[in-house]
Design a protein around this ligand. Structure first.
Ligand SMILES: Cc1cc2nc3c(=O)[nH]c(=O)nc-3n(C[C@H](O)[C@H](O)[C@H](O)COP(=O)(O)OP(=O)(O)OC[C@H]3O[C@@H](n4cnc5c(N)ncnc54)[C@H](O)[C@@H]3O)c2cc1C
Length: 413
């Protein structure tokens, strides 16, 4: 990259959540001098998180690539079946639809991995690959000088590199300082999450019960244990969060219609606000947005971190290729390509999630009809089922960075 000032690093990542750590690890393994500014949370520390992450086949492929899948397997569970149950009690009720990975010729759609294990594992891997961890917070980017971006830190320090990857979450300060606009919709809803035990086997099946206030989803964990994601209105969430453990267990049992037998030992509930946010530009002026800094969606259809890992892998791929060819890896070509590819993957998924969620929350009959009709089609028409399974759960190679592609899949699932 002739005529360009050398920065302190080749790549700086702001934010050491799972998306930022994956991006940093994948950049460092290509020989790029990579630093990550961690923010307020120590990523090496295992802290309880009630979220388990259903990672679909391309994401499992990324973990395999980083040699993290085998170590995480004992705490993870395969997802062999996905079931949608219309529990709205409306006039138009859809039949229950179950997608079986075998129909697509796979052993599993993916694996369900606790975030509290995945997060520190990614941090250790990034460190092992040579990423430098900086315990500070980013306050924003300064004006670009001589094709070098500058990241300002709370300590008053400033770091420089040809490209900054902003992975500092949905309230990203880096994104704000770069004047990158978000399109945003807040729902009158929160997601509650916890783990619980049950007496009946889950058969490696995740069930999404569609209820009038949002989906109630159980996701299988090893043994007779599952995680819960329950989307409800804030008033109802407050009421549920006051339940004693045995009352909560009973409530989960009722809401899941006893499908998992007797429920016991729920862990403490945590609530997450629900929004749809998506960036107008995914990359601009040497700043690339990844993870929730670029998009945040409600946990319907397990899309959030799956999309974020595709962001991370694509950012690393485009930067790494330009670096290997001696091009400007923070230049306009990389920005444009990243924006083009990620936009085409993220926008339709964000829209589909928004439509499903809005249709559930709405009392408007035509919405309910459309939702019930779409699920009926999925239940009855093999062609539609195939599209949903392949595109919804394991998107086509067009949107998938090289290291996550299906043909390279070595029987992970
Ligand atoms: C209940 C629930 C269930 C979910 N289930 C699934 C699922 O099954 N499948 C799926 O794919 N996704 C799922 N998701 C989504 C997934 O959890 C998120 O997409 C993912 O955790 C976001 O990761 P991230 O790295 O983008 O953001 P974050 O985890 O928010 O990381 C951002 C990081 O940036 C740091 N930071 C903040 N400010 C600064 C700063 N100024 N400077 C530097 N660092 C900073 C923070 O400390 C944090 O470490 C679920 C979400 C919820 C709420």
């Amino acid at each position: 990259m002739s005529g360009m000032e050398q920065g302190d690093y080749d790549v700086i990542v702001a934010g050491a959540g799972p998306a930022g750590l994956a991006a940093a690890a994948l950049c460092a393994e290509q020989g790029l001098r990579t630093a990550i500014v961690t923010g307020p949370v120590n990523p090496f520390e295992k802290r309880h998180d009630p979220r388990t992450i259903a990672l679909m086949r391309p994401s499992v492929k990324l973990l395999e690539h980083l040699e993290l899948f085998e170590p995480l397997k004992p705490v993870s569970n395969p997802l062999r079946k996905l079931r949608l149950v219309d529990d709205t009690g409306g006039i138009f009720t859809a039949p229950t639809v179950t997608f079986n990975a075998r129909e697509a010729g796979w052993d599993a759609f993916g694996w369900n991995i606790p975030l509290e294990d995945l997060h520190p594992a990614l941090a250790e891997k990034a460190k092992e690959l040579g990423v430098e961890f900086i315990r500070d917070s980013a306050t924003g980017v300064g004006p670009e000088r001589k094709r070098i971006a500058r990241l300002k830190l709370e300590s008053g320090d400033e770091l420089s590199a040809p490209v900054v990857i902003a992975a500092d979450g949905r309230n990203s300060r880096v994104r704000g300082s770069a004047s990158m606009v978000m399109l945003r919709h807040d729902y009158d809803q929160v997601a509650l999450g916890c783990f619980f035990d049950h007496s009946a086997p889950h058969d490696d099946m995740s069930t999404e019960y569609h209820k009038p206030q949002g989906p109630f989803t159980t996701v299988p964990m090893p043994g007779r244990r599952s995680s819960l994601v329950w989307m409800v209105k804030p008033e109802k969430a407050r009421e549920i969060m006051q339940l004693r453990p045995e009352q909560l267990a009973r409530r989960i049992q009722i809401e899941s219609h006893g499908d998992l037998g007797r429920i016991s030992s729920p862990t403490e509930l945590k609530s997450f606000p629900m929004q749809t946010m998506v960036a107008h530009d995914f990359a601009k002026d040497r700043v690339i947005l990844v993870g929730e800094a670029a998009h945040a969606v409600p946990p319907i259809g397990a899309q959030g971190l799956n999309m974020s890992l595709r962001d991370a892998a694509l950012a690393a791929e485009l930067i790494g290729d330009a670096f290997a060819f001696g091009d400007d890896w923070g230049g306009e070509k990389v920005m444009h390509e990243y924006d083009r590819i990620r936009r085409r993957d993220v926008f339709p998924r964000k829209m589909a999630i928004h439509v499903v969620n809005t249709a559930l929350l709405s009392n408007f009959l035509p919405y309910q009809m459309v939702r019930a009709g779409a699920i009926t089609l999925a239940a009855k028409v093999p062609f539609i089922r195939d599209i949903i399974m392949r595109q919804g759960l394991a998107p086509s190679n067009e949107h998938v960075p090289r290291i996550m592609r299906e043909e390279e899949m070595a029987g992970a699932a």
